[in-house]
Design a protein around this ligand. Structure first.
Ligand code: HEC
Ligand SMILES: [Cu+2]
Length: 339
């Protein structure tokens, strides 16, 4: 067993050992019974004919229900762990990760990009929002016992809390082409103090939202999307996390994937009252993945963060707030005139 370095690793190992032990006991039991019966009931003379047995209901029920209960128990246990692993912590630090043939890129909340490396603070819940630029990859940190496919065209998440400072292997666990085996990197968990110092050392970073604002202006998005509804397109202020009514009658939640689709494929989900056809040009092939991430960060910074988390309104606020803080000057100025 490898080193355990995340909050869930120990529990996954216990489940693993339980399954191994259960398999060993069952396999051993069957082997012993087989051996015992073949000696005990062996044929003793040439003309010996065994008594025909028609079946034994009790025995059959026993060997149906014991495995059934055992496997249902393992399923439930694993499912509970899986749910715990998939549920993002409300105060998680969000990091964007893109996979491509054949490297990983990760962007810190404060805007630094890292290649084939990821630095995280110990004890801080982290949520990775991941996408791929080309084919399917898979983000795998054995020491965290965490693994998640990374898909082109949508975002998947991986949540963990590192518990031990150190540098751990990062692998791509989905065969993705000739250099797949070289698609390796490292995850470094640091004490919060060291992490802050490391961040400071990586200077001249611009926050993703600030960079997103620059793209928003250079691609001319701001000519149609204004602070009020006076432009050709709807305002994006307060949009994130809301329910959006579409022209074809569907209602969708505005999340990263929706915004991404809206930019790359405007005709696919037209906002009610604005078409069809949408008057927004498609940006597929013009905006690249890192620009998309920045644009999404910028639109998120325009507010409207979720009210969905049921666990008491005050709980969700610090999370949203903490995420907003790295957004410096440009965000606060765009937040200002919010109606
Ligand atoms: C020529 C005007 C125009 C430009 C330029 C434009 N848009 Fe749009 N946009 C629209 C219109 C009209 C809609 C509403 C119809 C639709 O959903 O496609 C829209 C919808 C959207 C939506 C969905 C809004 C909602 O309320 O659900 C997003 C997000 C968006 N645009 C982002 C962008 C970004 C980012 C850019 C720049 C890269 C951009 N737009 C450039 C006109 C424009
Ligand atoms: Cu890969």
């Amino acid at each position: 067993m490898g080193e355990q370095a995340s909050s869930i690793a120990g529990q996954i190992d216990i489940l693993f050992w339980f399954m191994t032990l259960a398999s060993a006991v069952i396999t051993g039991g069957i082997a012993l019974a087989l051996l015992f019966f073949s000696i005990r009931y062996r044929r003793r003379s040439e003309n010996e004919v065994p008594v025909q047995t028609e079946g034994a209901l009790k025995l059959e029920l026993t060997w149906t229900f014991i495995p059934l209960i055992l496997s249902a128990f393992i399923f439930l246990w694993a499912a509970l762990l899986f749910v715990r692993m998939s549920r993002p912590e409300p105060n998680a630090m969000e990091i964007y990760v893109t996979g491509r043939q054949w490297m990983w890129k990760a962007q810190q909340p404060s805007g630094q990009w890292e290649n084939n490396e990821l630095h995280v603070p110990v004890g801080q819940p982290v949520q990775l929002n991941m996408t791929s630029i080309d084919v399917i990859h898979d983000f795998y940190i054995p020491a965290f016992r965490q693994k998640q496919d990374v898909l082109p065209g949508r975002y998947t998440t991986l949540a963990f809390t590192a518990t031990k400072a150190g540098t751990y292997n990062l692998f791509c666990a989905e065969y993705c082409g000739t250099q797949h085996s070289r698609m390796v990197g490292s995850v470094t968990a640091m004490e919060p103090r060291d992490y802050q110092a490391w961040l400071q050392g990586e200077n001249n970073a611009e926050s993703p939202a600030a960079r997103g604002l620059r793209h928003f202006e250079s691609y001319g998005c701001d000519t149609c999307h204004r602070q009020d509804n006076g432009g050709v397109g709807p305002t994006l202020v307060g949009l994130y996390g809301q329910q959006e009514q579409l022209a074809d009658g569907r209602t969708v939640t505005v999340d990263d994937s929706y915004i991404r689709e809206s930019i790359l494929n405007p005709q696919k989900q037209v906002v009610q009252g604005y078409g069809p056809p949408s008057r927004m040009p498609t940006y597929a092939g013009r905006v690249n993945e890192t620009e998309l991430i920045d644009l999404i960060a910028y639109i998120r910074s325009l507010g409207g963060q979720q009210q969905e988390q049921g666990g008491g309104g005050d709980d969700s606020l610090p999370g949203a707030g903490a995420e907003e803080t790295p957004g410096t000057g440009p965000n606060s100025s765009t937040d200002g005139p919010k109606p």
